[in-house]
Design a protein around this ligand. Structure first.
Ligand SMILES: Nc1ccn([C@@H]2O[C@H](COP(=O)(O)OP(=O)(O)OC[C@H](O)CO)[C@@H](O)[C@H]2O)c(=O)n1
Length: 441
């Protein structure tokens, strides 16, 4: 009750302020969500949220019946929700917020066709907490294992048990290598994952290559294309890309975002040489982990990123052509995000534009899921209707919080039930969509 009053008050303040600051009240963030621009407004809303116990965890949208619009305040973990209709400014453009529709509630009544779990950037290491490279975020190496346990407990208790788990890459941290603990750390996490009977599909991230060579990964338990007795078409002999169908009419494609990369390629190989030549066209720094520029999409040309080879893109094209013909719904999974509006540019795949071009030439793709950007992100492509989700990373999630999701799949949508700092989202499958769908996503 108190929360509702505080929401009402905070929302009223936003609208009152919109009268005084008509051109600056709300802009879209990288995830396409509106955020408050004026410092005074941010401050006020931050205070309101903080005083209402406004951590995202406590204001989880699923607990706020009827809330359709959830606003993330940039730089804060707080959320402000809007459960009424009204007008707000997005830059110079006025947008009318539609009336709330209880679609997620509708879905809660239906039984999904199937469900699956998602988790990203566990980056487990048996070492004390540390900081990210730029020293702006804390990393909880040891407790990431407990957060994985929390996810598994939740998945095992859910009414409809997940058909499979998507592990979106960076399962253990690169620090393990320096401690000669790569195998031990991987065993620890895989043992934990193996404690529940559900199949896990592993994506490979940069930290996989800090710990292991490409050839050893291909013959390891992290090669989930070898799992089960279903046939899983692979992209090529040393490209880790495959597809599987957990339910009739639905296909999942796991992509290899480090197929073109300095990581995981032998320095003597042709693949290494061509990746080096590509990155050097964009990055003049001695240290290629250091982005070439401070702003803009060119920042993606760092050594901790990579891209998709022509072979892999051609393979994807043929998988998607077949899915189009069968009118299937395809979800693509990659460690690196591929839409600039779903992530900070420093985490984008090198040739994200080429992948987007392939996606846009097929009607079957409904969603792309990625990790790598630990802050997460979301954007629905205006042209294709494809949902681009970047999942918040476990490694930068405090031990008393959570970062995993459970996705329920229906005929016409997927519903992500986020836990902890992962917001709930709804991914409608319609190709043509209105602003309503975009914002509700
Ligand atoms: N400016 C930088 C950034 C990173 N490095 C080195 O690159 C390696 C990977 O960094 P890390 O932050 O561990 O990579 P994650 O995959 O966990 O996260 C990606 C971030 O979200 C991108 O911002 C590591 O060896 C760093 O030391 C660097 O040298 N210079």
């Amino acid at each position: 009750m108190l929360l509702h009053h505080i929401h009402f008050f905070s929302i009223s303040m936003v609208f009152i302020m919109s009268i005084f600051f008509p051109n600056s009240i709300i802009l879209k963030d990288k995830a396409g969500s509106p955020y408050v621009t004026c410092r005074a407004q941010r401050r006020l809303l931050w205070i309101l949220c903080s005083h209402s116990g406004g951590r995202q965890r406590k204001l989880n949208p699923s607990r706020l019946a009827g809330c359709q619009h959830v606003w993330r305040l940039r730089g804060h973990r707080s959320l402000v929700s809007v459960s009424c209709s009204g007008a707000a400014h997005t830059g110079n453009r006025q947008q009318l917020f539609p009336k709330t529709t209880p679609r997620m509630d509708d879905c809660a009544q239906q039984r999904p066709l199937f469900t699956f779990g998602v988790i990203a950037d566990i980056q487990y290491a048996d070492i004390d907490d540390g900081l990210n490279y730029t020293r702006t975020r804390r990393r909880y190496y040891r407790s990431s294992l407990q957060l994985l346990r929390n996810a598994q407990e939740s998945w095992s208790e859910s009414a409809v048990k997940p058909e499979f788990i998507l592990q979106l890459g960076d399962i253990i941290d690169g620090f393990n290598k320096g401690h000669d603990a790569s195998d031990r750390a991987l065993d620890t996490v895989l043992r934990q994952l193996g404690s529940s009977p559900v199949e896990v599909h592993h994506v490979w991230g940069n930290h996989e290559f800090y710990n292991f060579s490409r050839s050893s990964l291909l013959s390891s338990k992290l090669n989930s294309s070898l799992l089960g007795d279903r046939s899983r078409a692979r992209a090529g002999s040393d490209i880790y890309a495959y597809h599987f169908s957990p339910f009739p009419g639905f296909t999942f494609v796991v992509l290899d975002a480090y197929d073109v990369s300095l990581l995981g390629r032998e320095e003597s190989s042709e693949e290494y040489r061509s990746a080096l030549s590509l990155i050097k066209q964009h990055n003049n720094n001695q240290d290629l982990n250091c982005p070439p520029v401070l702003e803009g999409l060119q920042q993606r040309f760092t050594m901790f990123n990579g891209g998709f080879s022509k072979d892999q893109l051609d393979w994807l094209d043929s998988v998607l052509s077949s899915a189009d013909e069968k009118q299937q719904r395809v979800t693509i999974v990659s460690h690196l995000p591929v839409h600039p509006c779903s992530t900070t540019p420093i985490c984008l795949a090198w040739n994200y534009d080429e992948l987007l071009a392939v996606i846009s030439s097929h009607s079957s793709v409904v969603c792309v899921m990625a990790g790598h950007d630990h802050d997460g992100g979301y954007y629905r492509d205006k042209d294709t209707g494809v949902h681009h989700l970047t999942l918040e990373g476990v490694i930068e999630t405090p031990p008393d919080d959570n970062a995993f999701g459970t996705v329920s799949v229906y005929e016409d949508r997927m519903v992500l039930k986020g836990s902890g700092r992962i917001p709930n989202r709804e991914f409608l499958f319609s190709r043509c969509h209105s602003d309503t769908d975009d914002r509700a996503g």
